[in-house]
Write a protein that binds this ligand. Structure first.
Ligand code: NAG
Ligand code: NAG
Ligand code: NAG
Length: 574
């Protein structure tokens, strides 16, 4: 493969644009990896600093989509499944003519929708029909991109439901499987495994894990996990919706309450336990959020694995909230490098306290923290003072005081039962919030939210448009093999004399209750960058080497140029 050094064109207009004061300041410090063939091959670069006048933008997509977005899952056909619970009465959206559920717990016959399919491109939605209660459930995409959704409440608490992406006129909808989960799962977390199965961990009074689909050696289908008993606090639990990450060695990291372990789910052994995170509780209803920071893939180098957790509430906050006393949410974040010989939590302070935050990995490797409340705990009527400002966190910024940037606030409270996901174009889809047992639009301080918003992070600001990669395409079609070399072509609006690129790969997460299940970001190893013509480039990368690093399925691939991502392309790795 002949690699061409990127030439330094010095067109006058290019110079003018690049030297304008609006250019994001570029950082080159703190690069963890030295550059191989440093003259030829741009590799990992720090995202740009955000000038204070570019703090992101909110757009109201819909005042009402008829249901409150408690759960959201993006599919590879650029549609988003959104669903709420079913057991509180009618929603504000009717099911198509002739469709009703006939054994509803409140209405007997309920002809309203509790789920919608949102189409990103056309900004439209249509009603879907869930058959049983999906309240506080969990999910993961399988390797074909089908949503495997598990559990819920009452008649739904052992259900396994599927939703397969479909296009055109096909009226695809939810299906329920005849087989059930072995135990009821309400407030559990799911993760796709390297072998393509899904693991379902925990849930209320479910101190165990199980798999879908089941295999012969499944031991009756369920495996006890004492860790989940040990992390249950009396009166308030504080251990639901555990944070799960598949580690590069294939084992499962599980965080619950303030503790975390590595589980070998094949041999059913807890391999190790990490130190407790200091301070507040982090799991439902003392809800914080978490991400695994980006994995930077490099052949022949050990991966650094670092987990980050932000927000939450003190033990006791939930019980106090039930009495109408709202304690301050946690303002602390902890980072722990799991691959260190002696892992320890390193604590930092967010600009403000937050219970029920959502944490999302952006294509740049930065972390967006949004939604949630300043005081209280998760649960109905349990929180006050919504935090309207998202916060951008730059994990690689060496000076901790400069890692957080407060961004443009929304005007809509997104507290309990809200959600947020990354879209293929780099925006964040934000919806939901219903801190009440029913839909209450009047006479309450924080009305039920049926609206849908999009937040454009600073990198989408028009002043960076000259840096944005366009027309991304993958040269190998859509399907990748592990370790394969492939390339992505794209154009830049102007020739860039000193082009710097990163390539990130992100699977769509299942988001509910402040946690993006299956969320991870892989910075692919760049082999080289070719300039094809004045505006055209090709970046050559290695696909992730193993199923442990990238469980099989669909991913968004973003080319990031000087901290500005283009519109991603979908790839399927298998
Ligand atoms: C939902 O429907 C109720 C009852 O018809 C109505 O009062 C309310 O304004 C609607 N809310 C939204 C956000 O559409
Ligand atoms: C699954 O559970 C339902 C009750 O919700 C039951 O009717 C059905 O028989 C179960 N399926 C199997 C395969 O056991
Ligand atoms: C919400 O509306 C329901 C039904 O109208 C009502 O019974 C309930 O008290 C309301 N909840 C609050 C918190 O006002």
């Amino acid at each position: 493969m002949g690699l061409i050094k990127i030439q330094s064109f010095s067109f006058l207009f290019t110079i003018l644009i690049l030297s304008s004061s609006s250019l994001p300041h570029r950082h080159r410090h703190n690069r963890r990896h030295h550059r191989r063939n440093s003259q030829l091959i741009p590799t990992i670069f720090h995202p740009p600093l955000i000038p204070s006048n570019v703090n992101g933008e909110w757009v109201l997509l819909h005042e009402s989509i008829g249901v409150s977005a408690m759960h959201m899952q993006l599919l590879y056909n650029n549609k988003v499944i959104i669903f709420d619970r079913t057991d509180f009465g009618a929603s504000n959206l009717s099911l198509p003519q002739g469709k009703c559920r006939f054994d509803d717990e409140v209405l007997d016959v309920d002809c309203s929708a509790h789920s919608v399919l949102y189409d990103i491109l056309s900004n439209t939605y249509r009603p879907l029909m869930v058959q049983t209660d999906v309240w506080c459930s969990s999910g993961a995409l399988n390797s074909d991109g089908t949503l495997i959704q598990t559990g819920g409440y009452h008649a739904g608490d052992r259900k396994i439901r599927l939703f397969s992406p479909c296009d055109g006129d096909v009226d695809c909808d939810w299906t329920e499987l005849p087989q059930n989960l072995t135990v009821q799962r309400w407030y559990a977390s799911d993760h796709i495994l390297p072998d393509g199965r899904v693991i379902i961990v925990g849930g209320r009074k479910a101190f165990s894990y199980e798999f879908f689909p089941k295999t012969m050696d499944d031991n009756g289908g369920v495996f006890h996990l004492p860790f989940l008993v040990e992390t249950t606090d009396p009166m308030e639990e504080n251990n639901l919706y555990p944070f799960l990450y598949i580690l590069p060695n294939g084992n499962l990291y599980i965080f619950s309450n303030q503790r975390s372990i590595v589980l070998d789910y094949v041999n059913h052994n807890v391999l190790r336990e990490f130190p407790m995170i200091p301070g507040e509780k982090r799991s439902y209803p003392a809800t914080g959020s978490s991400v695994m920071l980006p994995l930077r893939l490099r052949q022949g180098q050990e991966l650094v694995v670092e987990v980050m957790i932000c927000g939450g509430a003190w033990g006791g906050a939930y019980v106090k909230a039930l009495e109408g006393e709202f304690w301050r949410g946690s303002s602390s974040c902890g980072r722990m490098t799991l691959t260190d010989p002696d892992p320890k939590w390193v604590m930092e302070e967010m600009p403000s306290g937050r219970v029920m935050p959502d944490m999302l990995l952006l294509p740049t490797g930065d972390v967006l923290i949004l939604n949630g409340a300043a005081n209280g705990a998760a649960g109905w009527e349990n929180a006050i003072d919504p935090v309207l400002n998202p916060v951008l966190y730059r994990p690689d910024e060496p000076d901790p005081r400069r890692r957080f940037t407060v961004l443009t606030p929304t005007t809509i409270a997104r507290m309990y039962h809200s959600s947020a996901i990354l879209l293929p174009d780099g925006r964040i889809l934000v919806g939901g919030s219903n801190p009440h047992a029913t839909y209450n639009f009047t006479g309450v301080k924080y009305p039920t939210e049926l609206s849908l918003e999009a937040f454009s992070p600073p990198y989408l600001a028009t002043q960076y448009a000259h840096l944005r990669p366009l027309n991304q395409a993958v040269d190998v079609g859509q399907v990748l093999s592990y370790g394969q070399q492939f390339s992505i072509t794209f154009t830049l609006p102007f020739p860039q004399p000193d082009a710097e690129f990163m390539v990130s790969m992100i699977p769509p997460s299942f988001t509910t209750h402040s946690f993006g299940m299956n969320q991870r970001l892989l910075f692919l190893e760049i082999v080289g960058v070719e300039r094809l013509f004045m505006f055209g480039y090709r970046v050559i990368v290695f696909a992730p080497p193993t199923r442990n690093i990238a469980p099989p399925g669909y991913y968004m691939v973003f080319v990031v140029h000087q901290g500005v991502p283009g519109h991603s392309v979908w790839v399927k790795i298998q």
